[in-house]
Design a protein. Structure first.
Length: 140
């Protein structure tokens, strides 16, 4: 089970992020979660949105460079140690976590997004530990 994440490459200059997010909003796209990583010259805006295929097409038509990646969304309890438990399950399954970020859905569920080296192995390990993963429909 996975969720589509769109990565948008943005020049690291004043106003570029505001311009991009306004472009997304003006096209009626709802961003549910985001993460931003930057270097000296550019940033990567990673988003989970309501219609990833349309969003990717709209961004490309707008001149943005994008990639679409399947990531895992794991439901996480709001208590100490929840994230550590998930990471321990993944480590025991020899899954490499490249990055992670979190968000709270309107229904009150919290989710961690994980980019891992093997979605199938990670999903199976999480399921085996009783940790629920979500798909695009679950988080919207």
């Amino acid at each position: 089970m996975s969720v589509k994440q769109i990565s948008v490459f943005i020049e690291n200059k004043k106003g570029a992020l505001a311009t991009c997010t306004r472009f997304i909003a003006d096209h009626g796209i709802n961003i549910r979660a985001l993460s931003i990583a930057d270097t000296q010259d550019f940033g990567i805006l990673r988003i989970i949105c309501d219609d990833p295929n349309n969003t990717n097409a709209v961004l490309r038509e707008g001149g943005y460079i994008t990639t679409v990646t399947d990531v895992l969304a794991a439901e996480i309890e709001d208590k100490p140690g929840s994230m550590a438990t998930i990471l321990e399950v993944l480590a025991e399954a020899h899954v490499i976590v490249e990055y992670t970020y979190a968000f709270l859905a309107p229904d009150g569920h919290a989710y961690m997004i994980f980019r891992v080296d093997d979605n199938a192995v990670a999903s199976a390990a999480l399921a085996g530990a009783g940790i629920k993963t979500a798909n695009q429909e679950d988080i919207f």
